[in-house]
Design a binder for this molecule. Structure first.
Ligand SMILES: [Zn+2]
Length: 121
């Protein structure tokens, strides 16, 4: 019997990652809705100058959190697409398999350790 290894990872592992990514995605989508910077309102008549600055700073932080969450969401969707396309677990720069330890730490990684060392983002 001939066994064809398309992906070094087996179906069970891939399904585990898919499940993890799916849950992660739900979490991120939930926080994206909850932490919308649109809910921060500045009531200038009631607030002192310092609390206005606080509110502005909070809003700034909320916007940065949103950006981070959106990037995370893109990374998760990318990883889910790679699972569907049988590309998951390979470095997108050198095409080598990404180590299991690295993937289980963060399933959205797109580069192997060597390539991640070369270019940081
Ligand atoms: Zn690589």
């Amino acid at each position: 019997m001939e066994v064809l290894f398309i992906n070094p990872m087996n179906i069970v592992q891939l399904e585990n990652y898919r499940q993890r990514l799916f849950l992660l995605k739900q979490e991120v989508v939930k926080s994206l809705t909850e932490e919308s910077p649109g809910v921060v309102e500045l009531d200038q008549s009631r607030m002192g100058r310092l609390s206005r600055m606080d509110a502005l700073q909070d809003k700034q932080i909320a916007i940065e959190v949103q950006h981070r969450l959106k990037r995370k969401l893109q990374a998760i969707e990318g990883a889910l697409n790679r699972i569907n396309n049988d590309d998951f677990g390979f470095c997108y720069l050198c095409d080598e398999a990404i180590s299991e330890a690295r993937l289980s730490f963060d399933p959205t990684v797109t580069r192997c350790l060597q390539c991640a060392d070369k270019i940081s983002d």
